[in-house]
Design a protein around this ligand. Sequence first.
Ligand code: ARG
Length: 454
Amino acid sequence: MSRFSLPPDPVFVTLNASIGFDWRLYPYDVEQSRAHATMLASAGIITDADRDELLKGLDRVQAELDANEFKFLDDDEDIHMAVERRLTEIVGPVGGKLHTARSRNDQVATDMAMFTRAHALRAIEALQDLQTVLVRVAEAHLDWPMPGYTHLQRAQPVYLSHHLLAYFWMFKRDAARFELVLGGTSELPLGAGALAGVNFPTDRRLVASELGFAGVVPNSIDAVSNRDFVLDYLNAAATCATHLSRLGAEIVLWSSEEFGFCEVRDDWASSSSIMPQKKNPDAAELLRAKAPRIVAHLSGLHGVMHALPLTYNKDMQEDKEHLFDTVDTLELTLAAARGMLESMTFKRERLAAAATDEMLAAVDVADMLVKRGIPFRQSHGIVAGLVRTAVESGRVLSQLTPEELREHSEVLDDDFYAVLSQGAWLESKESEGGTSLARVREQLAHAKAALDQT
Ligand code: ARG
């Protein structure tokens, strides 16, 4: 019997169905159904015999789904209906008892919490793998000088290891953001029913412990209305993807002929269908380009949840594609970043040549004057004058004569030339977190310790 006098319009059926994408919740849906059936029997709501039938049937449903033998029907609106429909075909009318004391509203919130949690854990693992590679690559290029940039203009020399380790700390913060998702998925929504609780003496804590939740959501209205944990995952993913985009962008730049700082291995590059000489860093370009898509998913779900009255609304079915595409995109790009990074080669000579640009020592010359008692703002001006004299006469700084130096400042002596000799500018960056080798070694040790703690 149906409440309606007309069958649903086919366009409405297509609009309303989520089975095309929510089928991938099935492992969580079946697992929670097992826990729910077990609880119903232990609370005396169904018999043990009913429970055994349900569990046996659920095993078979799961096996069919795992083996890709499950036949979805046109009437299967979503994964929850599909599982129950097939279960009932297998075990008969007792299958209809599974949904006792449960609504699809608390059911879908539970599936989503389980799915989100599992993938937050995966992201944390993938980030650790990537951080491990960064430590390894940094260690292998510990004392390779390169220019550090601001505004993409050569600024000050740094060691390549130091630059790579910057990404280590970005990914560490990303992992911390995914840890927050674990907290946000630690309470079980199931048992909230449609919104108000259920008319049976259920044991929500039993289900929670079966499914690995630390506790139960204390308010049934909040339980079915909440998708914060999806937003939290998307937020963590958006920032992480943005970090990956910066890494990708640098690899694209650095592997250009103009920079020539690195080369991706052949198995991470593509060629051109017309220009036989081309070796394109496509993977790095895609790391760069995937980030805005994830940011759009975050913004998209904020749009769905914005001003949405409590409790469940069908709008919330839209959480899934935003989450699923984000999970797929993020896991793929994290794996690509790792594979590309661990196989790429750096060009010591090119990096060093760019780093020996004497202009990179401008701050160091200014600081030398500061150590001789000249206020920094004034020494900045003196060095700016030196740079201008050199540039305008087509020379580098060390080609300025001692007489010219004295014209700019009487405290400028031969130490000026010593400061310009390259190693000194790196090794004098001895402040904590700076680029001197001792400090980079110290940083590497911190990074390794941070990895060990996770
Ligand atoms: N497919 C639905 C979703 O993803 C499941 C919940 C449906 N609940 C309802 N009251 N119609 O949100």
